[in-house]
Design a protein around this ligand. Structure first.
Ligand SMILES: [Cu+2]
Length: 185
């Protein structure tokens, strides 16, 4: 039946997004060295080698007698300003789940440590993938604008609505999926 084949194709299109959702990673800051001032670890370089995504967990491991973790704003990060952190972690084994895109700034609040380089910017990129803006703008083939997508109540994950706002292609796929869903029920 043709509709079923289309549903299968739509699911194939959605698969990368579904896989991405299920593969949250844990990143230990500094890898084996952890969170420290010893060895002049370049946390900027460390972060640059990672592709952080929403749902990932950032793990800070350190000697709690010597260090801590503060989440701060960009300007506080640049200035190593420890006066009013957004959050402070002190256990020595702090797992911080990243729930939003964009920059997440952390440094050690012990005097001098941020200045010594114990600071890291976790930058969660907007999803690249699904519809890379490869179509030239103004092309007659560019996908139609996506109306605000509301996913049916029975849809497996509301996370899909988050993805749906990204990439007209996926949005379109979900719109088709909804249509087929309604038709077949
Ligand atoms: Cu420190």
């Amino acid at each position: 039946m043709a509709a079923k084949r289309i549903v299968a194709q739509v699911l194939l299109i959605l698969m990368p997004a579904l896989l991405r959702l299920s593969l949250a990673a844990v990143y230990k800051v500094g890898d084996s060295a952890g969170w420290t001032t010893i060895g002049n670890i370049d946390y900027k370089q460390w972060a640059a080698t990672k592709t952080f995504q929403v749902g990932d967990v950032i793990l800070f491991e350190y000697n709690a007698q010597l260090h801590n973790v503060m989440r701060v704003t960009h300007s506080m990060y640049r200035a190593c300003n420890t006066s009013s952190p957004l959050a402070t972690y002190t256990t020595g084994n702090d797992s911080i789940k990243i729930t939003t895109k964009g920059h997440h700034f952390f440094f050690c609040g012990v005097p001098g440590h941020c200045q010594a380089g114990q600071k890291v910017d976790i930058n969660v990129l907007r999803l690249p993938e699904i519809a890379p803006a490869s179509a030239p703008s103004g092309s007659t083939l560019s996908p139609p604008p996506v109306p605000s997508v509301s996913v049916p109540v029975s849809f497996p994950s509301n996370a899909l609505t988050l993805k749906a706002s990204k990439g007209a292609k996926l949005g379109l796929a979900i719109t088709i999926f909804q249509f087929l869903y309604q038709v077949s029920h």
